[in-house]
Write a protein that binds this ligand. Structure first.
Ligand code: AMP
Ligand code: MN
Ligand code: MN
Length: 317
């Protein structure tokens, strides 16, 4: 059984590296640090390698242990968390590829099963929630540190418990954390509510130029590289912009483009009801979930916009 294989690999490993996806979000960082503390409880020191992460998550326990790189080339075991595809491993796929054993724990429906042992549950609302099951199996006690990290993953990936991905176990688990004295309200505010001034400014720019297309069923906006540089944005400051369009009455699909380089845009897609945006993004080499997905398009703005919108239109009712 997969969980037995994972337990055996963890128990036998000496050097362990924990990896997650590029431009990490609360689930990516929360899951990584939860795993770090869980392994510590089992007497294992692991390296968590995340080159850059949003300052928002600096409140998480264990962030000081995060490394930007490592000198170890061949770990005994690599664990990838919240990552659907080896291409998204932060440019650090070599640590994963060179490890003797490779485990991945994930919840993306577009997961490519790139590990030797893939513990993937596409209906879990967050990778962090899958870890609860795994930790139980490993005999790890969910303490304050682990609980805060897992709660952050769940809170961020469910948009604050509001997506239809939330399950009864989500609330059962949060209730357990409350019983243990973990401050859920404080975690919620820090992980999801507080925005930096720069983030607020860039959101204003994107909201100002947001347009509604196809009878208001598509919301579209973008930010340029110049705007990002001018505001000296920190990593993750664009998070949440795509949700501005999504939340307007009548919108089914919200699209947000962020210029990464000249003629190269990272696209974020969100849908409200019936459009599977992961399918749209898969057409452009990306992926994600039914209601939240992304891809990268190497085209000038107008062409990128036209192509993405033409594809999206095919899915509208
Ligand atoms: P984002 O719009 O970047 O917040 O991403 C929304 C969801 O889609 C997240 O779950 C991402 O992990 C996933 N996603 C974003 N970009 C890609 C991509 N290029 N390939 C696969 N999944 C992606
Ligand atoms: Mn993620
Ligand atoms: Mn996730």
């Amino acid at each position: 059984m997969i969980l037995d294989d994972i337990v055996e690999k963890i128990k036998n490993a000496k050097d362990i590296v924990i990896l997650t996806h590029e431009i990490p979000d609360g689930d990516a960082i929360g899951s990584s640090l939860a795993m770090y503390f869980a392994l510590k409880q089992l007497g294992k020191e692991a390296d968590v390698i995340i080159p850059e992460f949003p300052a928002t998550y600096s409140f998480l326990p264990g962030v000081e242990a995060i490394k930007k790189r490592s000198n170890i080339l061949n770990y005994d075991l690599a664990i990838a968390l919240d990552c659907s595809d080896i291409k998204r491993l932060n440019g650090f796929a070599n640590y994963f590829e060179n490890a003797k054993s490779k485990i991945e724990v994930d919840h993306h429906s577009s997961n490519t099963m790139f590990g030797d042992h893939n513990f993937v549950n596409p209906v879990a609302p967050a990778c962090a929630q899958i870890l609860v099951t795994l930790f139980e199996y490993l005999g790890v006690e969910i303490d304050k540190n682990i609980g805060t990290c897992i709660a952050t993953g769940i809170i961020t990936d469910t948009g604050g418990f509001k997506y239809n991905t939330v399950t009864a176990e989500t609330f059962e688990f949060i209730a357990e954390l409350l019983n243990k004295g973990i401050n859920i309200s404080d975690t919620y505010r820090k992980a999801l509510q507080i925005v930096s001034k720069k983030k607020f400014e860039i959101t204003k720019i994107a909201v100002n130029r947001l347009e509604f297309l196809e009878n208001g069923k598509i919301a579209f906006t973008y930010i340029t590289k110049e705007e990002q540089e001018k505001l000296e944005l920190d990593v993750g400051d664009h998070e949440g912009i795509v949700e501005q369009g999504r939340d307007v009455e009548g919108v089914e699909v919200s699209i947000f483009l962020r210029e990464e380089e000249e003629n190269k845009y990272k696209a974020s897609f969100r849908s409200n009801e019936y459009v599977n945006v992961s399918d749209i993004c898969l057409m452009f080499g990306g992926g994600g979930h039914f209601h939240a997905a992304g891809c990268t398009v190497e085209l000038p703005l107008e062409q990128a916009k036209e192509k993405l919108i033409a594809q999206t239109k095919l899915y509208l009712k």
